[in-house]
Design a protein around this ligand. Sequence first.
Ligand code: FES
Length: 165
Amino acid sequence: MDRQGSDQDSVTLEDYSPVCVGQEADLKKLERKTAMVHNREVVVFYHKGEFHAMDNRCYHAGGPLHLGEIEDFNGQSCIVCPWHKYKITLATGEGLYQSIDPKNPAAVPEWCSKGVKQRIHVVTVKNGNVYVTLSDTSIAYDSDYYASEKYKQLLISKMLKQGSA
Ligand code: FES
């Protein structure tokens, strides 16, 4: 499967202009909100006094991150995907996992990073409004596939098939 679907999506300079996703006061109350930013589905979280934005579809299999719980692991706030419980740091988009030493089953599992898997975006607040600016898509991340036109078309055809069944 071509997981780098965004390679085929054309990106223009316009796509990197900030998009207003709501009012600061509203987002602080809601604590999370999905928004379309230049045709990309993102989720904005307000957690522990900070805003974070990332692709809304989980890098593993496209789970809807806006429906996940936020929990702390190894001192890092993470969104836990509702589909298969993958943990993604809000600040960096890293996938976290617990490693176990098979030669020492009594050892306490350690939290490790798989590296950045979920694309995060820049959030700015100006005059009471919250803006999201997409990050540089010339660098690929695993979540790109689930934000691509190819994946969206796949979802649409799936829904059409279900509707006609
Ligand atoms: Fe998110 Fe599988 S889709 S953990």
